[in-house]
Structure formats: structure tokens, C-alpha cells
Design a protein around this ligand. Structure first.
Ligand code: ASP
Length: 284
């Protein structure tokens, strides 16, 4: 699959997680939904294929609370006679969380990858969280999930030109010797020198409008770069999606830009704030 072209106009809300802090399922999403959906009320088609522990009925009933609270209706694809036709007709699409490998495998098995990508690139709104947001990336290589099943490929929808990491949390638990999230992202970057990763703490979301994205939420996202650099992207900043790439600077779009309007892109000095350590036992 090729990268999004500038004349494509996807509108996507890609949320790190379904929960924020001690809040319940999709409790924190109202303002972010509004940023994507505006005043219009949408009939949203839910794709719940990421769930492993719950039934599709249950996933729909949980999601319905947030969609109805914000004025929208939602109906799960598992009720449709033809899932493909349901995607072809959908006004808007939601992809829920769960296990990213299971989600991708089910989409491949159902032969829905191409039609899904085509509809979203044609501009119908997509809201996705957790595993659902992972599959907007070029691949699922930066998920936190275990490969509990094997999809035919790690290739995902490539609606974004870069990888994201959801539920991002920094550091290690005391007296626990597993790798930190930084360690895992470093491993990915070391073995994939053409890639960089946008790490998204819980509560954050990317609002994608065509070639630009706005960082939403209360905390900064962290752009994990090659050469062990990390660049924070503050909430409210709108940037050109294609600038999250090896050797690029963050192209910040007009700061007065409100979601939905067009802005001029400006190249800004890179606000690097940290250099990550390379573990001493690792070859350069
Ligand atoms: N399992 C996570 C979720 O659906 C996704 C991930 O951590 O990669 O929220």
C-alpha cells in the first residue's frame, strides 16, 4: 500500500486508549469526538474485531454509551449481512480496541483491508482507539500487544505515514526487570533505520485532517527519532504528517489554525529535549 497522497483527505481521530486515568470506557472522549465530528450527528459503523475477551455485542453496547452521549448512533458490522457492503455504505467508521494481531488477522480474513482504506482515504470520518488506531499505521510493529494469532502480514492500513505507540508510559516499575517502553521503541528504531515513532500517552489523540494532524489531550506526545532523540509535541500543535520522518523537521502549521480550516506550513527548529541512552551491551 502506498503512503497517503496530499490530495487525499482522510479525517481521522486516532486515540491512544479507550480509558484515561481512572475514567471508564470512552469517558474522556467528548471534546475529541467533537473535534472530529463537529455539530453533525453521524451513523457510525463499528468494527469490533480487535476484541478477544468480549463478545462483539458487548463491545458495541459499551461503545454505544459514548456515541449516544455525544449525539451519534452506532451499529456493529457483525450485524451486517455483508460486512464489505456495510463499509461501502458507511457514513463514518469506528474501530475499537483489543488485540492488534487479532484485529488485523480478522480484517485480512474478511478481505476488508482495501475497502476500508479506500473509504477512509475518500474522507469519511474514522475514529479508532488502541488496537484500532494501531492499524492506521503502515504496520503493526509498534503495538504493545502479544502476537496471539498470526495475521498474513504485519502491513496495516498505512493511513498515516509513520508508526505510533499507544498507551505510552515512560520508565520502569520499581523492582521489575522487564524492558521499559523506551527500550522497546529503541529496539524497533535500531532495527528499522527508516522509521520513527510517535508515542501517545493515554488520553491523547491525533486529529488528522488531510496532510495535517493536531495533537489533542492533556499531555505531550513524544516523537521517538533515530539517533536516540526524542521530540515532544505539545497538545494543540498542528503539524504536517509527512514531517514525522527520518531527517525531517517538524512542520508546524499556522498556530491559529482551528480544526477544519487550512493553514500555512512553517518549518520550525526541532525542539529536541532529550537524548536517549544507548544500552552499553548493544552494538552501535
Ligand atoms: N491492546 C491495546 C489497545 O487496544 C493496543 C496496544 O497497546 O498496542 O488499547
Amino acid at each position: 500500500m502506498s503512503s497517503p497522497r496530499l490530495d487525499d483527505a482522510p479525517r481521522m481521530l486516532l486515540m491512544s486508549a479507550a480509558r484515561y486515568g481512572n475514567g471508564g470506557y470512552l469517558d474522556h472522549v467528548d471534546a475529541q469526538f467533537h473535534a472530529l465530528f463537529g455539530e453533525k450527528k453521524w451513523n457510525v459503523l463499528l468494527i469490533p474485531y480487535g476484541t478477544v475477551s468480549f463478545t462483539y455485542d458487548y463491545v458495541e453496547s459499551r461503545a454505544r454509551v459514548a456515541f449516544e452521549r455525544t449525539g451519534h448512533t452506532i451499529s456493529s458490522i457483525h450485524f451486517a449481512a455483508s460486512p464489505r457492503a456495510a463499509i461501502e455504505r458507511a457514513d463514518a467508521i469506528a474501530i475499537s480496541d483489543g488485540n492488534t494481531f487479532a484485529l488485523l488477522k480478522r480484517l485480512y480474513n474478511a478481505k476488508l483491508m482495501d475497502v476500508l482504506r479506500m473509504r477512509i482515504l475518500s474522507g469519511i470520518p474514522l475514529v479508532a482507539w488502541g488496537a484500532g488506531a494501531n492499524i492506521a499505521c503502515p504496520t503493526i510493529q509498534t503495538t504493545n500487544d502479544m502476537p496471539v494469532v498470526q495475521p498474513p502480514s504485519f502491513d496495516a492500513l498505512r493511513l498515516l505515514p509513520f508508526q505510533t505507540n499507544p498507551h505510552f508510559i515512560t520508565g520502569k516499575m520499581p523492582a521489575h526487570n522487564e524492558k521499559s517502553r523506551e527500550d522497546r521503541l529503541n529496539e524497533f528504531l535500531d532495527l528499522n533505520p527508516n522509521e520513527e515513532v510517535l508515542a501517545m500517552p493515554e488520553g491523547t489523540a491525533l486529529l488528522v485532517e488531510g496532510a495535517n494532524a493536531t495533537a489533542l489531550g492533556d499531555s505531550a506526545m513524544l516523537w521517538f527519532r533515530q539517533q536516540r532523540r526524542v521530540v515532544p509535541i505539545k497538545p494543540g500543535v498542528t503539524f504536517n504528517l509527512n514531517s514525522i520522518a527520518v531527517g525531517q523537521r517538524l512542520m508546524i502549521v499556522d498556530k491559529n489554525k482551528t480544526p477544519g480550516s487550512k493553514g500555512e506550513a512553517d518549518s520550525m527548529p526541532e525542539p529536541t529535549f532529550a537524548k536517549r541512552d544507548r544500552p552499553s551491551d548493544q552494538a552501535p
